[in-house]
Design a protein around this ligand. Structure first.
Ligand code: FAD
Length: 391
């Protein structure tokens, strides 16, 4: 596991090799795959009967339940809640429908999913479904040949800017007027964080009203060095990053589904009669907003962001204007992806130095960085202060 970790050694080369083993090919470096990873199919989808208590409409939970019910797997690694803290993640090996259902909903902090693998072996599970974010999936792929499984299916979620459990409290204390009742939150395409409370109500806080200077440490250092927002090694990925906000609550809102290979398709087929699918859409040019966000974020990280967040009505107005003129759908997803890639590229170069950063950053990410000339003119002009060797 130490050798397999996504954040150690020549992880870029290892990632590409794993992509080929998993999907039969590496992602194409031209077109959408450079950002989305290997793609057989992409669409928006909603469960016709949403799973009560799920994060969105419960596509992930529904796939897991059907996989177990049909006997395609005999166990599912998923993430429940700690016994004494419903918002703290606790990975489990679920072998009944009730156990899977109990894990619905995101507990938004880092979860050590791989620790359950020992239990898989001990309980003699041979057909496994693993649910997890990109960093745990890439480590899982590295040890896959040694697990002695007859069949492994992987449902991934998109993931970015995860963090330690304490980070969740710090974030909701800063964002919400009633932090103790926040169960879930998502950064939506209307430039607002939607916080879902235990009574089912939603609170919407514009991004610009968050105290950016105070929140830099809620994100884990590993997430600042991650280039796998899209979970490139999962068979099937469910997220929301490429879906325009459709003015409905999360638990009725379409999601973004990426099928990477035949196992992914097999899993979608298990619930296709319970899903409404719509095609993916994309409008607006994401590129013009990316570097502005990178710079604003960098200033905040260096403690030079606005002293106070924008007042609520100003934040709401900015969010409203950006929703009118900014990118939407897949293009918004690409805005978010490019921003994270560039931000993290700057981070690993600063913290690790250019040699280690170069071994770590995958080719597809380097290509995105080049598109914005981050190493050259942009870095100099914007004083991003990359170490000179990274040029
Ligand atoms: P549900 O049916 O409610 O199922 C949720 C599943 O998440 C469960 O199976 C559970 O096992 C698993 N889970 C719960 N907590 C964790 C955890 N801490 N780590 C790993 N798995 C967990 N999508 C984006 O588009 N952009 C993002 O930035 C983004 N960030 C995310 C960060 C995290 C930590 C997680 C877990 C997911 C993130 N997602 C993101 C995906 C999104 O929030 C939903 O998880 C996904 O769309 C599935 O929705 P659903 O209704 O089908 O989930």
């Amino acid at each position: 596991m130490k050798d397999a970790c996504a954040f150690l050694g020549e992880s870029s080369a290892r990632f590409t090799a794993s992509e080929i083993t998993t999907h039969g090919r590496a992602r194409a470096l031209d077109g959408d795959e450079a950002r989305l990873g290997v793609v057989d199919d992409v669409f928006y989808a909603t469960m016709n009967a949403p799973v009560p208590g799920a994060q969105w409409t419960g596509i992930v939970t529904s796939v897991a339940r059907e996989m177990l019910r049909s006997g395609k797997v005999d166990g599912v690694i998923c993430v429940g809640s700690a016994a004494d803290d419903s918002r703290a993640p606790e990975p489990v090996l679920a072998t009944t429908d009730e156990e899977i259902l109990a894990t619905r909903g995101v507990k938004p902090s880092l979860s050590p999913n791989l620790k359950v693998l020992a239990e898989v072996e001990a309980r003699g599970i041979k057909k496994l479904l693993f649910i997890g974010v990109g960093c745990s999936v890439s480590a899982l792929r590295a040890v896959e040949p040694y697990l002695g499984l007859e069949k492994l299916y992987v449902v991934g979620t998109n993931c970015t800017d995860n963090g330690p459990r304490e980070g969740f409290n710090k974030f909701v204390n800063a964002a919400s007027e009633d932090p103790d009742t926040v169960m879930h939150y998502e950064f939506m395409q209307d430039y607002q964080v939607h916080l879902k409370h235990t009574d089912g109500s939603y609170e919407k806080v514009p991004y610009f009203c968050l105290p950016a200077n105070d929140l830099v440490d809620v994100i884990a250092p590993s997430c600042y060095s991650c280039f796998d927002y899209v979970n490139g090694l999962a068979d099937l990925v469910v997220g929301y990053m490429g879906v325009p906000y459709m003015d409905k609550p999360m638990d009725k809102h379409p999601q973004y589904v990426t099928v990477r290979n035949a196992r992914g398709q097999e899993m979608v087929d298990m619930i296709s009669d319970k899903l409404t699918r719509t095609p993916s859409t994309s409008t607006g040019d994401h590129r013009q907003f990316v570097m502005q966000t990178v710079i604003a974020d960098d200033e905040a990280k260096l403690g030079r962001g606005p002293e106070k967040p924008a007042p609520r009505f100003v934040g709401k107005t900015i969010a409203w204007i950006l929703t009118k003129i900014g990118p939407k759908g897949k293009s918004f997803g690409f805005y978010s992806l490019d921003y994270h890639v560039i931000r993290n590229y700057i981070y690993v170069n600063r913290v690790w130095g250019s040699k280690r950063a170069s071994e770590h950053v995958p080719e597809y990410a380097k290509q995105i960085v080049k598109e914005y000339d981050v190493d050259g003119a942009v870095s100099a002009r914007l004083k991003l202060r990359l170490p000179s060797k990274s040029r």
